[in-house]
Ligand binder design. Structure first.
Ligand SMILES: [Zn+2]
Length: 103
């Protein structure tokens, strides 16, 4: 089966597609297991990393959206076309929920 990469984020911690539904939204299967088996503690923070972690074939930057707790972190690699993360609680109106624009 062909992987629809532009529509699926990838977990950089586990190198897996984030195609599992959880209380947070889509996460990878190993992150999902961790979230349910040992829920992370502390406040959840979320942000786009300032530097792209990869580039698309046409050399556009692919940014990483991070969800961070005191003892756990999910790093999601987005496709270059992606400018919002559905797990961001304020993604509709908060500029911090968009990737930084380097250009
Ligand atoms: Zn993961």
């Amino acid at each position: 089966m062909k992987q629809e990469f532009p529509h699926v984020t990838h977990c950089l911690t586990h190198q897996r597609p984030e195609d599992q539904t959880s209380m947070l939204g889509l996460v990878c299967v190993e992150c999902k297991h961790r979230l349910y088996a040992a829920p992370p503690s502390g406040n959840r923070r979320s942000f786009w990393e300032s530097q792209p972690a990869a580039y698309s074939l046409d050399r556009r930057p692919c940014f990483v959206y991070t969800l961070m707790w005191d003892d756990f972190r999910i790093r999601s690699l987005h496709a270059a076309e992606s400018v919002v993360d559905a797990r961001s609680p304020l993604h509709a109106e908060n500029s911090e929920s968009s990737p930084p624009n380097l250009f």
